[in-house]
Design a protein around this ligand. Structure first.
Ligand SMILES: [Zn+2]
Length: 583
């Protein structure tokens, strides 16, 4: 079993001649497709010729899939941020790749520009059944396409009207520091530190951070107004009804699903209020401050070494489906899991899977319970990725809204296996921390969605909002989900300055959606372990249909309001258990 990435699965070294050879092959594949189809539009005339073109397009995607040369240097950077050669290669390669892939943009645009009658005919064609969903998505998105010339202008202008604003804000945030114990800390480091401090220093540090955020919020006021107005302009040109419509379309969900989700969770804020009431009791802090909301309760120091964690997870997976255990053991044997923290290695954990290439998992294992559940989480991603490969290159990629379903499902299974072995005091800690994460993923993200929506609508109505008004709005929505046990001060509202997800419009809902679906799958699995066969259908489905249809095919209706309430009930039950333990 290896504990370091074996990047020679991709290339022998960074000077491997195959890097350039593969890169040229990718560029050639794009140019060949362009040469064959760009000026000759006859492939749009008959079903047979469209079918042939789509098959060639599929072949092209297969050839360029994974962009192996780029991946390789990207992974090297993940292991060592000081790898200067890798850094310069990434810049060079990404420029070459975008130039090459731009050559075939015309193809999907041309499909989108077909007349309605032809579109309907193609969707009904049996001959084209294999490409039906691909075409359906393309046609749906094309309703919001503009002319090629307008698209080009918007794309060029997006740099100055959004990207540079957001990058400017990031740069400014990255250069800020706050004082803590006589040391000056970067803002992000200070924010990460907050939950781990004792009460007084924690609240003090949060106050310093808030003051710092307020002091730079003049810039954020202009930034937020600019990018929100820019979106308003784009949305009206592209005929999107709601500020969140484009995101929902891109994530392949339906508007009904998202409005049901947001309503069900907002109506259920009382569940989250109950959690904070009991948290206030556990921490003996009345009231809790906003700075206290993410404080964890320390559990006993059980050691979870990597080898034990691996063996434990292997046994759990084997009992579910031996193919899942095999995905884990293959990854470990081949050197696809980089286990331990190291200087200059990326922090956190992730799983990177792309077509045609081995799936790599990065961890920073430090022998605690969290390290064990993180392993289960990332292997969950790996299982989803590997099982979905059977869909082939057109459909193996799953959409953002289901990206966290498999990972949180396996994480929950792993955590429950541990909880049952704990004593009462440890159980309180572990259960508390688990619920807190659920609340942050479900209720906090929906509160953030509500904030974002009101912010966009207000800016659209009134032309702009001041920084003070933005802060006030955030306070209002944070209070709604936190309830009376948590004091949110006016200054806390300046968190919008550094909340990066608000720059990725309405992305936040996908967290809540993924978590509630995952909980529902787990509940069904707990009642009947043969349900794993149905879950495997989801894990193997990739992006071959809308999430709604994929879940419907295994008996789950994620478009109904009742469905989301069912998921909330699970969290509610956990809170009841915690209340019992605390009494
Ligand atoms: Zn994840």
């Amino acid at each position: 079993m290896k504990v370091k990435w074996n990047l020679s699965l991709l290339y022998k070294s960074s000077r491997d001649r195959n890097v350039e050879r593969d890169m040229r092959a990718i560029e050639r594949a794009y140019s060949n497709f362009e040469r064959q189809y760009k000026s000759n539009k006859s492939y749009l005339k008959t079903e047979t010729s469209t079918y042939r073109a789509l098959c060639d397009y599929e072949k092209l995607l297969k050839k360029v899939a994974g962009i192996k040369p780029y991946r390789y240097f990207d992974f090297r950077m993940e292991l060592d941020s000081n790898d200067k050669y890798a850094d310069s290669m990434i810049n060079k390669l990404s420029e070459r790749i975008s130039r090459a892939s731009n050559r075939v943009l015309f193809f999907e645009i041309a499909l989108g520009q077909l007349d309605e009658q032809t579109k309907t005919r193609l969707l009904k064609s049996r001959h084209l059944a294999k490409f039906r969903y691909f075409l359906e998505v393309r046609f749906e998105q094309s309703r919001h396409d503009l002319s090629e010339c307008e698209e080009r202008i918007l794309s060029l202008k997006s740099l100055t009207s959004k990207s540079l604003w957001v990058r400017g804000a990031e740069k400014m945030l990255n250069s800020q520091t706050v004082n803590h114990n006589g040391k000056s800390l970067p803002l992000s480091e200070a924010s990460n530190l907050v939950p781990s401090l004792r009460t007084m220093p924690r609240r003090n540090l949060q106050k310093h951070i808030n003051e710092k955020l307020k002091s730079i919020s003049d810039f954020s006021e202009s930034e937020m107004n600019a990018i929100i107005l820019d979106k308003k302009i784009d949305d009206s040109l592209r005929k999107f009804d709601e500020p969140y419509s484009q995101t929902v379309l891109n994530y392949e969900n339906s508007k009904q699903t998202v409005t049901n989700l947001v309503k069900a969770v907002s109506d259920g804020f009382g569940i989250s209020h109950r959690f904070y009431r009991i948290k206030s009791k556990i921490l003996k802090l009345k009231p809790l401050h906003y700075a206290d909301r993410a404080v964890l309760v320390n559990s006993a120091k059980n050691e979870y070494s990597y080898v034990e964690s691996y063996n434990r997870l292997y046994r759990i997976l084997k009992a579910m489906d031996s193919r899942y255990a095999e995905i884990l053991s293959n990854a470990a044997v081949n050197g696809q899991i980089d286990v331990y923290p190291k200087k200059c290695k990326s922090g956190g954990a992730f799983c990177a899977g792309t077509s045609g290439l081995p799936t790599f998992v990065l961890l920073n294992h430090v022998n605690d319970l969290r390290s064990f559940t993180t392993l289960a989480h990332e292997i969950g991603h790996a299982i989803h990725t590997e099982r979905s490969k059977q869909q082939g290159v057109m459909y193996e990629h799953y959409t953002t809204s289901v990206a966290e379903v498999a990972s949180t499902f396996f994480e929950a299974v792993a955590l429950d296996a541990v909880i049952s072995e704990l004593g009462e005091r440890e159980k309180i800690a572990v259960l508390h921390n688990k619920i807190q994460e659920d609340i942050a993923t479900v209720f906090r993200q929906v509160a953030a969605f509500n904030f974002e929506l009101e912010l966009h609508n207000s800016v659209r109505d009134r032309g702009m909002l001041s920084r003070g008004e933005m802060a006030k709005l955030l306070v209002k929505h944070m209070r709604k989900y936190l309830g009376k046990s948590v004091q949110v001060s006016d200054l806390d509202g300046y968190a919008f300055v550094s909340w990066s997800h608000f720059r990725r419009f309405f992305y936040v809902y996908s967290y809540a959606y993924g978590q509630l679906v995952s909980r529902a799958l787990y509940e069904r699995y707990k009642k009947d372990d043969s349900f794993i066969e149905q879950i495997d259908k989801f894990l193997s489905a990739g992006g071959s249909d809308t999430p709604e249809n994929i879940f419907k095919s295994i008996g789950i209706d994620t478009s109904s309001a009742a469905f989301f309430k069912e998921g909330l009930k699970v969290i509610d039950t956990d809170i009841k258990e915690l209340e019992m333990l605390v009494k």
